[in-house]
Design a protein around this ligand. Structure first.
Ligand code: HEC
Length: 224
């Protein structure tokens, strides 16, 4: 069951107050015993909540559970949809299309995504970009980069390719050839194999439910 942080905070204060009052019967609110009880009870209650949240989060961030998709989600079309109830964009998993036209097992998908992550770390993409908000602020956040409408609206027609996967892989091998904005990403001489692995990583990451982060696409607005 999902509780909001307000509900949890109100419940924590309420439980702490009731237990403190019960334990401090017969003592006035100015007595040191009352405040010692208040301190001990609120510490115990908050430690319990912290432990519960830790285990609750573990269940939600494992690939294949809750908000993080299984590795083989890259076999499916992935899009974003506005959820009016949650008032944010949520990833939607669509039709099965395969990855570069090929259906991958969960294990094969994991290997490819992991290779993409290694490439991302090895090439130090975070020197300019952020992922899930971590990294540098020179270039756009990559969490949802796979979903950027620019690929389908502009790049796919320019390159004459049929899939977003192909378009991004081609672009990554020579970004300055097709600039999106004023800042240029240098050509990092990424091989085709590395580019496909990076696309796998970006596609998988774009299917994580990140509570709507980042809120918009677009090039970083700045002079030069
Ligand atoms: C020297 C800085 C720099 C490095 C290093 C760098 N990038 Fe970029 N990247 C940029 C800039 C600047 C842009 C915006 C490009 C444009 O507007 O044409 C960009 C754009 C992108 C985009 C398009 C984002 C979108 O939302 O459409 C992707 C994907 C991307 N980079 C992936 C990578 C990957 C993967 C790496 C590592 C292999 C990497 N970048 C390394 C500067 C960098």
């Amino acid at each position: 069951m999902d509780y909001s942080w307000i509900q949890i905070a109100v419940a924590a204060v309420f439980i702490s107050a009731v237990v403190t009052l019960v334990l401090s019967r017969g003592y006035g609110w100015l007595s040191p015993t009352f405040w010692r009880n208040a301190a001990v009870v609120s510490s115990v209650v908050m430690t319990g909540i912290l432990l519960w949240l830790t285990f609750d989060t573990q269940g939600k961030i494992r690939p294949g559970a809750g908000r993080v998709p299984a590795w083989d989600v890259i076999n499916y079309e992935i899009g974003l949809k506005w959820d009016p109830e949650k008032r944010r964009q949520v990833p939607v998993v669509g039709e099965k299309t395969g990855f570069f036209g090929q259906e991958l097992s969960n294990e094969a998908a994991y290997k490819l995504i992991n290779r993409g992550k290694m490439t991302l770390q090895g090439r130090n993409c975070m020197e300019c970009h952020t992922i899930l908000g971590n990294g540098a602020y020179y270039a756009p956040d990559l969490t949802r980069a796979y979903q950027d409408p620019w690929w389908a609206e502009r790049l796919m027609p320019m390159l004459g390719v049929k899939t977003r996967e192909e378009a991004i892989a081609k672009w990554l091998q020579n970004p300055p050839a097709y600039p999106q904005g004023k800042r240029r990403m240098p050509n990092l001489h990424i091989s085709e194999e590395e580019a496909r692995a990076l696309v796998a990583f970006l596609k998988w990451m774009s299917a994580i439910d990140t509570n709507g982060f980042p809120p918009r696409f677009g090039v970083v607005k700045a002079e030069q």
